[in-house]
Design a binder for this molecule. Sequence first.
Ligand SMILES: Cc1ncc(COP(=O)(O)O)c(C=O)c1O
Length: 360
Amino acid sequence: MTAPTPDPSPLRPATTAVTAGRPAHEPDSPLNPPLVLASTYVAGGETEYGRYGNPTWQAFEDVLGRLEGGRALAFSSGLAAANTVLDLVAHGETVVAPRHCYLGTLAQRADMEQRGRVAVRLVDVTDTEGVISACEDAALLWLESPTNPAMEVADIEAIAHGAHEAGVTVVVDNTFATPLLQRPLDLGADVVVHSVSKFLAGHSDVVLGALVTRQDSAYDAFDTRRRGFGAIPGPFETWLALRGMRTLALRVERGQANAQDLVARLRTHPAVEEVRYPGFGAMVAVVVRGGAAAADTLTRSTSLWVHATSLGGVESSLERRRRWAGEPESIPEGLVRLSVGIEDVEDLWDDLSAALKHLT
Ligand SMILES: Cc1ncc(COP(=O)(O)O)c(C=O)c1O
């Protein structure tokens, strides 16, 4: 591991989100980085070909890298980014990973294990000592915090410290928190993974992923894989994500305030058995009384809240996660994940509480 490089930006995060990745302030230069559509470039420069680089990717990566305090690389999706990290684990090595987390990354690792590529040790991320002891003889520790959809929170700093003592590389999926609420590299993680499709892009119109690291060797390995295996982002997707990131601070602030308000109301609602909320962010899980049937009634009964998978858009959405076959059985059948948007909270509550009446 190389020494951490300090954040080059002296600006505060909300300002960085607005100002980074822009062209220099010169007469007639556009304020925003133009969308560059190019499969190839005139020979003799540094980029050469569209699979190796693109100025629009770079503008997006500049913003995300500064916000996370490292260097970012964009990928075609969050899962493509995740797979790039896993691909670097040597044959037969052990990966320690959360028993609850996004089911797509869970499935990637299970697939690798079935093929004999790696061994997987599943852990409860809230059990700091348990995670650290599972790191013995492992190569990689995968964390997600808060976890999707169980909403568990890991003590990233303590776990990263223990994992490093065991010589294990620490990866954190920071999709739920965003770098505005949690900076895993500052807490000791080696690599941050994002599904940019969620809060970073923020408008439910982009599928995109990213990796961020301070280590030159890791950055080069990820870049080599992106160039050679082709999981590259689309320029338009990075341009949309960049545009979305300009309002990230406002969206996170409003979504979080709405979530906190709704959580307080949901906690006393008779149709709700349990509310899972870590105290920050715009993701909430509610376990409704009456299991799967009640949860399905809820997701069918809202009109403002959209019944849809994915999360992190400006619009509020909800879904019962166990409707997906890959979701672990330890996630309650009646758990409904709420992605709280930026609408007026009173309208959100009116719609949600009216739908909850169908359950009681
Ligand atoms: C926490 C988390 N990580 C990763 C992913 C995968 O990202 P993508 O859908 O962009 O491939 C998701 C998608 O839902 C997610 O919720």
